[in-house]
Design a protein around this ligand. Sequence first.
Ligand SMILES: [Zn+2]
Length: 128
Amino acid sequence: MEAVTPLEQALHTARALVLADLVAGEVAEADVVSLVEEAVVQRRWWVEQWPDGVAYVAGLVAQDVQDALLDRYGRWPLCPVCGGGDPHALEVEPELGPDPHWVCHQAGVKVAALGSLGPAGTGGTPSS
Ligand SMILES: [Zn+2]
């Protein structure tokens, strides 16, 4: 009979959103999933120290996972908008705020909300 606290809800959502984008990029392997779990555990501690940060957890977990992947696998998620040129990763905006989005700083566009990246190579194509 444990109530789901806003903190648990936020952590659950953060995990689900980041996993959805990892699946979309086809990098959701077992050890990558454990990176997400690790990030969620650390952010749980962080929000317990600073409850007002609960709305920022999803964006922060995404950035934590991005950093961890950079060390072990390389850039993620790769920008699906810019054709050609150097492959580059999307970035989370705002870095510390609610409603996080993936943006490409080279094209200057919002690509997708966190958790809404399409499959690699098909998502985010401008319709114009
Ligand atoms: Zn780009």
